[in-house]
Write a protein that binds this ligand. Structure first.
Ligand code: DAH
Length: 344
C-alpha cells in the first residue's frame, strides 16, 4: 500500500508539471480522483486490511485525496487567470500618469483668485504690432524698449497703420485690445506668453509668461488696486503676508508702483546668524508692477479719461512660481525633465 501510494504521488507530481490546458485539468481529475482511478482502487483495498491498518490507511488516503484535489483546483485557477491575462493576485505594473505643468497650475490658481474677485479672464494676441505693444500704451517713439535689442520684430506685415509686427514683450497690449472691444465698467485678467531677446540664464528666458490685470470704472482708486492685490497675495501665498508699494515709473500708468511681498521664506524675522538667501535679508521680494491707467491709454482706446479711471497691474508667472516653490532656475520650467515635473 505504502509503495503504491508513493508511486501514485510521484506520477501525480510529474503529470502536474505538464498541464497547459483545461483538457489537461479534466484528464488529471479523471485519472486521480475519478471512480476508476488508482486512488479509488487503493480505497477499495481497505476492507482487506487489519482493523488497525484500516484506520491508518483510511486517513492517509483521504489526506492524499484532499491534497491532490486542492492542487488540481489551484492549477485550474492559475490557468484561468493566465488565459484571461488577469491574475488579481499579481502586483500591478506601475502606471505613469501625466500631470498639469507647474506653470499652468500656478497660472490657473492666480486667474481663479481674481475671478473670485469678479475679474473675467480674456486672452490677447501673441503676435502684436507696434501700435498695440507700445504707442497706445503711451511709450514715446524713442523709448529704448522699441529697440530690436529688446523686442523680437517679425518679417510679416499686418496693418500698415499699426507699424511693424512683433512678438509682444509684455501682456499690457491685451489691455488695449480689450478696452477697445468692451465698454466700461470692466475688470479683466489676461494671461499669456511674452517674448524678449534676453540671454538665457537662471533668471531670464527669451519666452516667459505674464498675467495682466486691469479694471476700469467711474469710481476706482489706487486704494481699490491695493485692496485687490493684497487679497490676491494673501490668498495665493499665505494669509499673513504683507505688501509694500514703491513709487516707480511705467509709461502706461500714472502714478505707478512696484510691489514687494514680505519675504515668505524668512518671514522678515532677522535671526542673528541666519542669512535669508532669497530676500538677501531685505525682508521684501519684488513681485509685480502696477498703477493707475494713464489718461492717454484710456483715450487711445476710445474711453473718456474725464469720465473713467482704471488701475492695472502685471506680474511674471515664472517669478511667482519660483518664489512659491523655491525654484532656483527658470530653465527647469522648459526642459520637461520628469524628475522636476513629478514634484508638483
Ligand atoms: N508690462 C510691465 C512689464 O512687462 C508690467 C506692468 C507694470 C503691467 C505695471 C502693468 C502695470 O499693467 O500697470 O514689465
Amino acid at each position: 500500500m505504502q509503495e503504491q501510494l508513493k508511486k501514485l504521488e510521484e506520477e501525480f507530481n510529474q503529470d502536474c508539471c505538464s498541464i497547459s490546458s483545461e483538457e489537461d485539468i479534466q484528464e488529471l481529475k479523471v485519472k486521480y480522483l475519478g471512480r476508476k482511478s488508482l486512488l479509488s482502487s487503493l480505497f477499495s483495498q481497505i476492507p482487506n486490511l487489519s482493523n488497525e491498518e484500516k484506520g491508518l490507511w483510511g486517513m492517509n488516503l483521504n489526506k492524499f485525496k484532499l491534497r491532490i484535489a486542492s492542487i488540481i483546483e489551484e492549477k485550474a485557477r492559475k490557468l484561468k487567470a493566465k488565459d484571461s491575462d488577469f491574475d488579481l493576485t499579481f502586483p500591478s505594473a506601475k502606471v505613469d500618469t501625466g500631470s498639469v505643468h507647474v506653470l499652468s497650475s500656478v497660472n490657473q490658481a492666480i486667474c481663479s483668485i481674481f475671478e473670485g474677485l469678479g475679474f473675467v479672464t480674456l486672452e490677447g494676441k501673441e503676435i502684436e504690432d507696434e501700435w498695440h505693444n507700445f504707442t497706445a500704451l503711451n511709450f514715446p517713439d524713442d523709448h529704448p524698449s522699441r529697440d530690436s535689442f529688446d523686442t523680437f520684430y517679425l518679417d510679416i506685415q499686418q496693418d500698415k497703420d499699426k507699424g511693424k509686427s512683433l512678438l509682444r514683450c509684455h501682456t499690457s497690449p491685451s489691455q488695449i485690445r480689450i478696452m477697445q472691444q468692451y465698454k466700461p465698467p470692466m475688470a479683466v485678467i489676461s494671461p499669456g506668453r511674452v517674448y524678449r531677446p534676453d540671454e538665457v540664464d537662471a533668471t531670464h528666458s527669451f519666452m516667459f509668461h505674464q498675467i495682466e490685470g486691469f479694471a476700469v470704472s467711474q469710481n476706482i482708486s489706487f486704494a481699490d488696486l491695493k485692496g485687490v492685490l493684497l487679497r490676491f497675495a494673501q490668498e495665493f501665498f499665505s494669509p499673513d503676508v504683507n505688501l509694500r508699494f514703491r513709487p516707480h515709473f511705467f509709461p502706461f500708468t500714472e502714478p505707478s508702483a512696484e510691489v514687494d511681498l514680505s519675504c515668505i521664506i524668512c518671514g522678515q524675522k532677522k535671526e542673528k546668524e541666519k542669512k535669508c538667501s532669497i530676500c538677501k535679508d531685505k525682508g521684501w521680494l519684488e513681485i509685480l508692477g502696477c498703477g493707475m491707467i494713464h489718461p492717454n491709454v484710456l483715450s487711445a482706446c476710445g474711453i473718456d479719461p474725464k469720465k473713467y479711471k482704471g488701475f492695472a497691474f502685471g506680474m511674471g508667472v515664472e517669478r511667482i512660481a519660483m518664489l512659491k516653490y523655491r525654484i532656483n532656475d527658470i530653465r527647469l520650467f522648459y526642459e520637461n525633465d520628469v524628475r522636476f515635473l513629478n514634484q508638483f
